[in-house]
Design a protein around this ligand. Structure first.
Ligand SMILES: [Zn+2]
Length: 390
């Protein structure tokens, strides 16, 4: 997930300075032996600060390292994520190594891609398929009974840790965690979006969590099995949606993977949406794409038109993610996805636009063929579009 960067310099507290020092020591370490020295101290400092709910100081340390030392910034992120994701816990039934996981799904709908409580029969089916195809033998699974959108996932390390602790506890007992849907924030409605089932896996200390850690499986074989079998339970949780399952993994890795995979999926879904709602062939679609930039953030905005009017019927945002800086490579990737989807015309504008949004509704503006940033005008018979009446 993208970290939001503050434009101003935050003054570091003593605790944040300590994080910076330890992460920098680890980044510069010359041996595994020295690594362990720094890792232990960094983990202890992370634990102390997250237990105290000191999110702001952690964020300030990350912000500082982002411009001062990228490798140290990555080491700090690894230490923070590791502490929020995994732990060793003791229960009446013994010791477990617990790991927070996410099960990402990409979905699109002419109506609404749902969030919230998953029907209990569907949740139980998902549990059975996860244990049969994705998790290692002898593990226990705790599942939250909700589908989360990206803006319903816990924001920040301390809230992630709080949810992880609840899931670790139910994982050791092999139970589900009830999430009160009234506690979940409202989510923006997109035609195509990602959804997440969250859970935790409890394994005996030193044992594998995932099926691909066992000697007779690979990530590829698990991925294929999961895509083939895991989807059987989903139509009940995602009515009126087309969907694609991604490989479940540790929480942060799975979320990053979903961010990346959602981009081409949204382009394919956009083309499919216009084809079904306007009764067109993909070859009738005309696409314009251009880079939009603000400070160090860049995204491509991709416009779909269905006729010669120049009106934008649908728009998809393709953000450049953490570590991506090559705009030409992103444009080439977008063009390749669109060509594969059978889109008739693709125009890539040379100019870079500033981030522009509608003053009335806040929707992003999209480039048209004459090089202006304009509002999306959803086709009249297209359900799912919000319409543009202002
Ligand atoms: Zn508007």
């Amino acid at each position: 997930m993208k970290r939001t960067r503050q434009a101003h310099r935050t003054r570091l507290t003593r605790e944040a300075e300590q994080l910076v020092r330890l992460a920098t020591g680890l980044a510069n370490s010359g041996s595994r032996t020295e690594d362990r020295f720094w890792e232990q101290r960094l983990a202890a400092q992370v634990e102390k600060m997250l237990k105290a709910g000191n999110e702001d100081a952690v964020g300030a340390a990350q912000e500082h390292l982002y411009s001062a030392n990228m490798r140290a910034c990555d080491e700090l992120a690894d230490a923070l994520e590791a502490y929020c994701e995994g732990a060793r816990i003791s229960t009446a039934e013994g010791e477990f190594e617990v790991l927070l996981i996410a099960v990402p799904v990409l979905a699109w709908s002419r109506f609404v891609v749902p969030t919230g409580t998953v029907p209990s029969a569907a949740l139980n089916d998902l549990r059975v398929h996860l244990q049969a195809h994705v998790l290692a033998a002898g593990t226990r699974l705790g599942l939250a009974d909700s589908l989360f959108s990206i803006d319903q996932l816990p924001r920040g390390f301390c809230p992630t840790l709080a949810l992880a602790r609840d899931l670790w506890a139910v994982a050791a007992a092999g139970k589900n965690l009830r999430i009160d849907p009234r506690q979940m924030p409202e989510t923006a409605n997109f035609i195509a979006d990602s959804r997440y089932l969250l859970g935790a896996v409890a394994a005996p200390p030193g044992g594998p969590h995932f099926r691909w850690q066992e000697s007779d499986a690979t990530r590829e074989s698990v991925d294929a099995q999961w895509r083939a079998q895991g989807g059987q339970a989903l139509p009940a949780a995602l009515p009126a949606c087309a969907f694609e399952l991604l490989l479940p993994d540790a929480f942060f890795t799975a979320c990053r993977n979903a961010d990346r995979e959602l981009r081409p999926y949204s382009l394919r879904a956009g083309a499919a949406f216009l084809q079904t709602s306007c009764n067109l062939e993909a070859s009738a679609l005309k696409v314009v794409l251009a880079p939009f930039q603000e400070h160090d953030l860049m995204e491509f905005r991709v416009s779909f038109a269905i006729d010669e009017s120049g009106e934008v019927a649908h728009g998809v945002v393709w953000p450049l993610l953490e570590g991506e800086t090559d705009a030409a490579a992103a444009a080439a990737e977008i063009e390749a996805v669109l060509r594969e989807a059978g889109v008739g015309e693709i125009l890539t504008l040379e100019q870079t636009f500033p981030f522009e949004y509608c003053d009335d509704c806040g929707a992003p503006l999209f480039p048209n063929a004459t090089g202006e940033a304009v509002h999306v005008e959803a086709p009249e018979d297209g359900a799912g579009g919000s319409g543009h009446l202002h």
